[in-house]
Design a protein around this ligand. Structure first.
Ligand SMILES: CC(C)(COP(=O)(O)OP(=O)(O)OC[C@H]1O[C@@H](n2cnc3c(N)ncnc32)[C@H](O)[C@@H]1OP(=O)(O)O)[C@@H](O)C(=O)NCCC(=O)NCCS
Length: 179
């Protein structure tokens, strides 16, 4: 396994992972991923298996600050409108593994290594922010284990097939000192 920066030739596979990992109303578009890759390439990484097949992706952007309101948490938002190359807040916009590889500890390792690599490329990062659905138990568990704390809950943020009115979005944050 190795982790490397994503390139344009990974796009098709990234869209397959997106389809594999998220229900239709949550999936983000090709255009969104393409912009992320072009705007902040150091923040867009993929996990490659021993045969060279991409099995996971991690995308992120840099913000000046965490706003007080929730308007910034919009699925499929255009990175160019918010990304600041010198920003101190790393926002993790998405992260997923193909289902066949889940549940073996790889997701946790991949996440940690992505944080390490992105922080190396952008050493000014002081805080890391993300939003996770109440339905994504594995991801939520990994974030809590790494010391992310819940700072806001956005009721019904994520469309859901199971929860009427949608699943809550849980906004989590962590400072980098103890990573
Ligand atoms: C999130 C994701 C990448 C994690 O990868 P993974 O390989 O499944 O993760 P790991 O096996 O490394 O770790 C999963 C941990 O969550 C735990 N877990 C699994 N399902 C859980 C659940 N429903 N509730 C609580 N914990 C759960 C596991 O026990 C494990 O913890 P442990 O190592 O302390 O035992 C993967 O599950 C995925 O792609 N999910 C779909 C997309 C997604 O949710 N992305 C997150 C966007 S914020």
């Amino acid at each position: 396994m190795r982790i490397r920066q994503a390139t344009g030739s990974d796009m098709e596979r990234i869209m397959e992972i997106e389809e594999n990992a998220f229900i239709p109303y949550i999936r983000e578009t090709y255009q969104t991923f393409d912009s992320r890759m072009k705007t902040f390439p150091e923040g867009f990484l993929v996990l490659e298996d021993d045969k060279g097949a991409v099995q996971g992706y991690f995308s992120s952007e840099l913000w000046d600050e965490l706003p007080n309101n929730n308007k910034v948490f919009i699925l499929d938002h255009e990175i160019a409108k918010v990304h600041k190359p010198d920003g101190k807040v790393l926002y993790i916009s998405s992260y997923a593994l193909m289902s066949g590889l889940r549940g073996k500890g790889l997701g946790r390792l991949f996440f940690r290594e992505c944080l390490r690599q992105v922080r190396k490329a952008a050493p000014q990062i002081a805080e890391i922010v993300l939003i996770v659905s109440q339905e994504w138990g594995a991801a939520h568990h990994i974030y809590e284990d790494l010391g992310f704390k819940t700072i806001r809950q956005i009721p019904g943020f994520f469309p859901s097939d199971i929860i009427p009115g949608g699943a809550d979005g849980i906004v989590m944050i962590k400072t980098v000192e103890d990573l």
